[in-house]
Structure formats: structure tokens, C-alpha cells
Design a binder for this molecule. Structure first.
Ligand SMILES: Cc1cc2nc3c(=O)[nH]c(=O)nc-3n(C[C@H](O)[C@H](O)[C@H](O)COP(=O)(O)O)c2cc1C
Length: 219
């Protein structure tokens, strides 16, 4: 599939999991998707604390060396600029993802707050009935978080918790990150080559026997 005309908005908020954002942006770049980025102040702190990044380093996020040309398809918007293009419903795009998504940002989106560009772009994405994916990270969840997730879901958004699966036998942290990012790309309808598919193999001799209730009944 040709993704060169895809346009995705990526919001980064102040939850743990900055590496998910970096890998997702790298994948969007390699897929040729035009990517509009907005990072909250706490998101910027997480980029620093977890990835050692100074400011919002577009080269590092895109997986480029500092000497490389600026990534033309990665456009950063100021968090405070609620007059940016992505604040308008007239900005046509193929989906917005907030990765990672803090409980604070989840709450603001659930309640229709639009005082900064990240929240405004999410609000507009919902009102225009476009795809909104929130990669929320917190545990355990309070009832407030759960109610906010319900509100976003009822408004058409998708809550995609940052909870990678282990059934593909990940060997490294990168494997776990790729699993989550691959599932996010699935939700954005973007083809990718990351290993996320479960293909049930035939049972082996070492698999436990099926429980009695699943066995054929004696005649
Ligand atoms: C190092 C660090 C890690 C954090 N991790 C999380 C987290 O995983 N989930 C969460 O909901 N908040 C987390 N927070 C708290 C949020 O950053 C805080 O609530 C902030 O107000 C979120 O702002 P934002 O939603 O505008 O980015 C963390 C804060 C720091 C400093």
C-alpha cells in the first residue's frame, strides 16, 4: 500500500513510554506518512528523562543522524499555538495518536478541553469523526481514569493501553516496543512489517493435554 499521502497527527504527553513515540515516528517516516507532531511540556521532559533528548529533537525522533537533512515530512507544532493548522477541522488527516497518553491528557480530552494544541487537535479529531487513538499509560487505574476512557470511547476514540503482549516471545525491550507500535500502526490503517501477528501453530507433543470438558464425550 502507498502511504505517501497519509497524514497523521502525533501527540506526545507526559506519561512514561517516550520510546514508543520515537519508534512510531520512525515507522511513520519510513512509511512516507506526513507526520504532524505536538509535544506537551511534560512530554518534552519525558523525552529528556527517558531518551536523553535535548528539546524536541526531530532528527533523533525520525531516526536520522544529526548531519542528515531535516525530515521534511515531520512537522512540529508549538503546544501553545492553538491557531496552528491541526487545530482546525478543515485540516484533513488520517488519524491522530497520543503516545504515550497521560491520565491528565486523557481527562482533558474526555472533557473537551482545548486550551493547548494537543488537546484542541484531539477535540477536533473527535468532532470531525476522525480516528483518535490514545496510548494511555498508568497503572493501576482509578475509577476517574476508567470513566474518562468510557467518555472518549463513547465519543468515537480508541483507548489503546500501553500493554505489549508476550505471546510472540519478545527477547528485547525493542521487541516489546515494536509490538506496541505495530498494533498502533494497525489502528491507524498503516501497513508495516513489524512482527505483531499471532499465527497459531499446530500443537506439539509437549503442549498440555486439553481439559476433560473439551475432549470428545465417551460413547
Ligand atoms: C518521570 C515522570 C513520569 C510520569 N509518568 C506518568 C505516567 O506513566 N502516566 C501518567 O498518567 N502520568 C505520568 N506522569 C505525570 C504527568 O506527567 C503529569 O500528570 C502531567 O501533568 C501530564 O501533563 P500532560 O498531560 O500535559 O503531558 C509522569 C511524570 C513524570 C515527571
Amino acid at each position: 500500500m502507498d502511504h505517501h499521502n497519509k497524514r497523521i497527527i502525533v501527540g506526545v504527553s507526559g506519561a512514561s513510554g517516550a520510546a514508543y513515540a520515537q519508534r512510531l515516528i520512525q515507522m511513520l517516516m519510513s512509511c512516507g506518512a506526513e507526520t504532524h507532531l505536538v509535544v506537551s511540556p511534560l512530554g518534552q521532559r519525558l523525552l529528556h528523562d527517558e531518551l536523553g533528548m535535548e528539546g524536541v529533537d526531530l532528527h533523533a525522533l525520525a531516526g536520522l543522524t544529526p548531519e542528515a537533512d531535516s525530515p521534511a515530512k515531520l512537522i512540529q507544532h508549538s503546544y501553545r499555538d492553538v491557531g496552528a493548522s491541526i487545530a482546525s477541522g478543515s485540516f484533513r488527516h488520517d488519524g491522530m495518536i497520543v503516545v504515550p497518553c497521560s491520565s491528565n491528557t486523557l481527562s482533558c480530552i474526555a472533557h473537551g478541553s482545548a486550551q493547548n494544541l494537543l488537546h484542541r487537535a484531539a477535540h477536533v479529531t473527535l468532532k470531525e469523526r476522525r480516528r483518535l487513538v490514545l496510548v494511555h499509560r498508568e497503572m493501576p487505574l482509578s475509577l476517574i481514569d476508567i470513566r474518562n476512557m468510557q467518555a472518549v470511547t463513547e465519543a468515537g476514540g480508541i483507548i489503546a493501553p500501553a500493554s505489549p503482549g508476550f505471546y510472540l516471545m519478545p527477547q528485547t525491550i525493542d521487541d516489546l516496543i515494536d509490538f506496541l507500535v505495530g498494533r498502533c500502526l494497525d489502528l491507524l490503517d498503516i501497513e508495516h512489517g513489524l512482527d505483531v501477528r499471532w499465527e497459531k501453530k499446530a500443537p506439539t507433543d509437549t503442549d498440555p493435554a486439553p481439559a476433560d470438558k473439551t475432549r470428545a464425550q465417551p460413547s
